[in-house]
Design a binder for this molecule. Structure first.
Ligand code: ADP
Length: 317
């Protein structure tokens, strides 16, 4: 069979949660179009409540879409739900592991649920790949948080899916374990597994993902290769230490300013529209004396803020 161009393709995807006695109707997804290229490490970024989990839950079958179409590995989730779901492994946000199983047993049970024949199971291989081989016979309750998290990744991979989805995988995981987890994810990707990662760790997405979609209030506000997204961002920041520490951000004509904890402040400007020279002139004409300045390149945080800031929440929405 020909391999699909896109690991996941969503078109005009809507999800409305019905009103309950205590909550009004909620339009969580408002026409999502997303095409996730096969072989990529794809970042799905967005603030809390953006709709990321709703999207993932529709893919995994936990949540029913209201309208639109979704295919996973070229298989439509309405027409071929079982085949579509067999193509993804999902690592959920929450650690949900049975404390009375050993990691070895937990993987065997998971493989059984996916009806993977005994001869095709890769239980020890997965445990080894995730650094859990020496814990294969320990009880899950004896594992550290990071080990449990890695076990969740192994469980999501028992049926050898071509697409792995990690939902906020590093929340509460320390730096060292994060690095280990990423090393394995990158390794899987090298072997051809498409990775979809939801996160609000912007620097992580920036580092790992070759393409990023930003979701805000149920809509895709940007979807491009990471480098294009960063290049598109022409906002620069000047960090200013004034002679006199400030208690409020100074008002500078034509520029956005932000007070820093040090008593200094930052000034943002757009390279196409103004220059550092003009920033300095505005500071001087506000009667401030500069002790020191430095500049900062934009990171995804800036891109994110500028994209999501562009569409303020309508009053009463
Ligand atoms: P994210 O994962 O980006 O934080 P979610 O998909 O969890 O966003 O939520 C999107 C919106 O849908 C939020 O406003 C949230 O409150 C709402 N929502 C999520 N799940 C439900 C549910 N089961 N019932 C009603 N509203 C929900």
């Amino acid at each position: 069979m020909d391999l699909p161009d896109y690991a996941i393709e969503a078109k005009g995807l809507f999800k409305t949660y019905a009103a309950t006695k205590t909550t009004p109707e909620m339009q969580a997804l408002k026409g999502i179009d997303l095409a996730i290229p096969r072989g990529s490490i794809f970042g799905l970024l967005g603030p809390n409540g953006a709709g990321k989990s709703t999207f993932i839950n529709i893919l995994s079958g936990l949540c029913r879409k209201t309208s639109g179409s979704v295919s996973i590995w070229g298989r439509d989730i309405d027409e071929r739900p079982r085949d579509a779901r067999a193509a993804i492994g999902v690592v959920p946000q929450e650690i949900a592991a049975d404390p009375f199983f050993t990691p070895f047993e937990a993987l065997e049970v998971a493989a059984g649920m996916y009806a993977v024949p005994k001869s095709e199971r890769r239980t020890m291989e997965l445990l080894t790949a995730l650094g859990l081989a020496d814990k294969s016979k320990a009880y899950v309750r004896q594992l550290s948080g990071g080990m449990k998290r890695r076990l969740m990744v192994a469980k999501a991979m028992v049926h050898n899916p071509p697409v792995l989805i990690l939902d906020e995988p590093t929340a509460g995981v320390d730096v060292e374990l994060r690095r280990q987890l990423w090393a394995y994810v990158v390794e899987l990707n090298r072997k051809g597994v498409t990775i979809v990662l939801t996160t609000h760790y912007l620097e992580e997405a920036q580092e790992l993902c070759d393409q990023i979609a930003i979701i805000n209030r149920g809509q895709v506000v940007a979807c491009e290769p990471t480098t294009t997204l960063l290049a598109r961002m022409d906002t620069r920041k000047v960090l200013v230490t004034p002679e006199e520490p400030q208690t409020t951000a100074p008002v500078l004509k034509g520029f956005e300013t932000l007070l820093l904890p040090s008593g200094g402040f930052s000034v943002s400007y757009r390279t196409g529209q103004s220059s550092v020279e003009q920033v300095l002139a505005a500071i001087r004409s506000a009667g401030l004396h500069i002790k020191d300045i430095s500049t900062e390149d934009p990171d995804l945080e800036d891109v994110f803020v500028s994209l999501t800031y562009a569409a303020p929440e309508p009053v009463g929405a």
